[in-house]
Design a protein around this ligand. Sequence first.
Ligand code: BES
Ligand code: ZN
Length: 878
Amino acid sequence: MPTDAEHTIFLKDYAPSPYVIEGVELEVDIVPETSTVRAWLNISPREGTAPGTPLVLNGEELKLGSIALDGAPLVLSAYEATPGSLTVFEPPLKRFVLETSVTIEPEKNTRLMGLYRSSGTWCTQCEPEGFRRITYFLDRPDNLAVYKVKMIADRALAPVLLANGNLIDSGDAGNGRHFATWEDPFPKPSYLFAMVAGDLGSIHDNFTTASGRQVALGIYCEHGKEDQCAYAMDSLKRAMLWDERRFGREYDLDVFNIVAVSDFNFGAMENKGLNIFNDKLVFARPETATDADFGSIERVIAHEYFHNWTGDRITCRDWFQLCLKEGLTVYRDQEFTMDERSRPVKRIEDVRLLRAAQFPEDGGPLAHPARPDHYKEINNFYTTTVYEKGAEIVRMLATLLGEAGFRKAMDLYFERHDGQATTIEAFIKVFEDASGVDLQHFQQWYLQAGTPKVKAEDQYDPATKTYRLKLRQKIDPTPGQPTKQPMVLPVKFGLIGPNGAPAEWSNVSGGDVRDDMIVLDKDAVELVFEGVANRPVPSLFRGFSAPVNLDINLTQDDQLFLARHDSDPFNRWQALQDVSMTLLTNAVRGRMWAEPAIDSLATAIGETIGLESLDNAFKANVLLLPSEADIARTIGENVDPTQIHEVRAAFIRALVGRLEGALRATYDRLASEDAYSPDQRQAGRRSLRNNALGLLVRGSSVGAELAARQYQSAGNMTDRFAALTPSVVMGVPGADALLEDFRVRFTADPLVYDKWLGLNAAPPEDGTIERIRTILADPSFPKNNPNRLRALVGSFAAGNAVQFARQDGTGFRFVAEFVADVDKRNPQVAARVLTAFRTWRNYEPKRRAEAEAALKSLRDSGGLSRNTADILGRTLDG
Ligand code: BES
Ligand code: ZN
């Protein structure tokens, strides 16, 4: 018999439930240690449900106190209750009310799913399957119900009582207790349920929607942190306005509340009218938060707000459709940031993330389609493929249909599916109906895993003035998908003539070319451009118009030509990255760069950062050379992270040796006395200046001294942390003292403590693991807080390749042991950290063997959660 851990859910088995819960009334008696949840579920059999069909409700760790049907207690033989489910054997075939009472223990809930307690505050996390830890229910996203919840709690412990929707009643409950009743008029799935009870401070504001509705906005937080919530509030109002302007979407309730909590498994959660946030995505002040932190807050506030339409009003039929709400909402938050800040810079940052996180997932044992067709543990499918590749797929739809066509389709989506739980097929159908374009082939993007490789070859014939461009695509096998079909790739492109201006052609044949876009939907095409006066240089996948790996054999001269002349800023940036990557990968393979090659690269970089026409944030990205992980991924096999680290360090020294003057000038020129603001202009200036500093610390003798001075004199956390990080990672003289200074001055604030933890895990030196072990062993270390664990060990496993993948295997074993330990308390955090092993087969043989041994010994230790067992099983098998 298969054990629970082996149970697989298949999309093909989807069936509507025989009963529907249409209305829910809850009475939650919140009492330390044991809370009681009474539920009145308004249930109807679905049409066609046969008499005698049992009603089976989900539960988890629940203790049933009482049960009644239409007011009459059920006899023991009429039902079966276990902690994991409640079955009523023969419910009536008409509408009825099922009344249950259960007890739960939020204080013991270290998984942080369902109702739990974080620093004294009771709060909930229900997505995807947490509601069943609160009461017996049809805990699946296609059951839409209206909710009314009465919360009763001690007035001193929990003066604030919040739930979804509008407050309809409140008052005294005797014995120092009080109550509040909230009602949410919008039918919703159980995963969007939320309630909060605690002693919280708050800030308030309001927003008037386009149609004149007044919305009361509130952000609730630990007392004393109210003054750190202003940027979150400002971001919320900008997000609300943007969704009206860009997508015609207004907010629909009278209240929108956000609560910041300090123990949270994810970033934030879009519960209807009551978003709950990891406090690191709410709190910010210049002294303790970096520009990146401000940027994340703005982005995540917007993301969760945008879910109100793409997620809450239109939700998912089942969890296989997760990307329907997440991919689309990531696309929407990306567009928001692009409109609020800089379009090309945001695109570069998103593509960097996609390549750093999603491409390795797609090329390894955990690869899965954006819409998977089976899973063992749904929590393991909140992946970068569902999110970031999901957003890329929506972006390609927008590219193929054009801005107006895309907006028209989105309008139809909102009109047709409002109030429904729907599917990816229905989403695609909307786009077909709105545009008249057949998207059946395009739909493969949701169904096939793997990153397409595109090979481009070109040839120019001066005699006939003909330019030929051959494009071929191929996708490697992924787990469960040995053979692949070609995908539909929108290839935005341009041909650039010798003077840097666009090359013209009189005719093009051989494929589907629409103005500046080639649509490649076959294995290969050969395009023939006629009437091309001179040999052009092709600029392909402008703006990264499809999430592929492009292999094009351009010479370094051609690449540097693109870096100087491409009208597409993304490809200008890409061209410089490509030059670096070629030199780096060749060097790793034993073919050291030639000095003139570095000379020309340095010249081009120097020129770029000197151009007035480019903004600072863009130039900052030019100074971010391919990361060690980028190099490892590009090489793909026999990876030795130590060697890659050394080659990259030497490369930086070689470049900085030539660019020191320009970097120093940039650094000096960009100093500023302006009062701190997190806006794009200032943040761009700081990032260029700080990236210049980072390179100087890594490659010049003056860097360490400059950084130490900046650390001491910085007026904000962005500059201070940017000076500290490279000093600590490089282990420059005095770095330990700076790190200790940082600890003493800042780590009383838990969010800055996380930064300190991350720095301790970052040095690629021997001794880092010992340092981490010492911190973990300190009895005062908060070993159940996800933020702390991720900052220390998560960042080590995912970001410190040299020490994690030590050849002696100590890094692998350390992380595996950590996972086994945390798994007992918080399986989701454990499973997430374990994904750092996903590229283990790409290491050289010795490291590969050590990684495999660590994974197998974790497996053999037994008793793992379903979350961790699932990731482990796939990592070893795939
Ligand atoms: N719905 C998710 C939160 C979530 C994540 C619930 C995983 C259950 C499991 C939320 O909308 C989300 O996607 N949050 C992201 C941040 C976002 C900006 C991509 C997160 O929590 O990391
Ligand atoms: Zn989301």
